[in-house]
Design a protein around this ligand. Structure first.
Ligand code: SF4
Ligand code: SF4
Length: 116
């Protein structure tokens, strides 16, 4: 599963710089696959669908920091535990029960986003 930020977030910003995939954005901010990854221009997502990595995507949340599920690897490939959850002062970075992924799927997602 990916990690999700609940509405208990106090907008402290501590988690954002800790994410190795740049999957965390401030509420209301647009996001891009290209941010903090090797992706640029037209790419095919792991599910095969084409996307422009440089295109601005609509914010997932307008009020509090949010995580882009398709960029979150639960920190697999980088760290032993989700770094956002480790630094969050109010423990509002929690498992997203709706998004289930295997370790292999998370590693494939990491390899897709990062060439090295
Ligand atoms: S679990 Fe890791 S990859 Fe996912 S949002 Fe948090 S810091 Fe980023
Ligand atoms: S560390 Fe926690 S409280 Fe601070 S911005 Fe991130 S999710 Fe919100």
């Amino acid at each position: 599963m990916a990690i999700i930020i609940t509405d208990e977030c106090i907008n402290c910003g501590a988690c954002e710089p800790e994410c190795p995939n740049n999957a965390i954005y401030e509420g209301g901010a647009e996001w891009r696959y290209a941010d903090g990854t090797s992706l640029t221009g037209m790419v095919n997502l792991p599910d095969g669908s084409p996307v422009n990595a440089d295109e601005d995507k609509d914010p997932v949340d307008m009020d509090v920091y949010y995580i882009v599920p398709s960029k979150c690897t639960e920190c697999v490939g980088f760290h032993d535990e989700p770094q956002c959850a480790a630094v969050c002062p109010v423990d509002c970075c929690v498992d997203d029960e709706d998004i289930r992924e295997t370790e292999d799927e998370l590693l494939a997602k990491k390899d897709f986003m990062h060439l090295d």
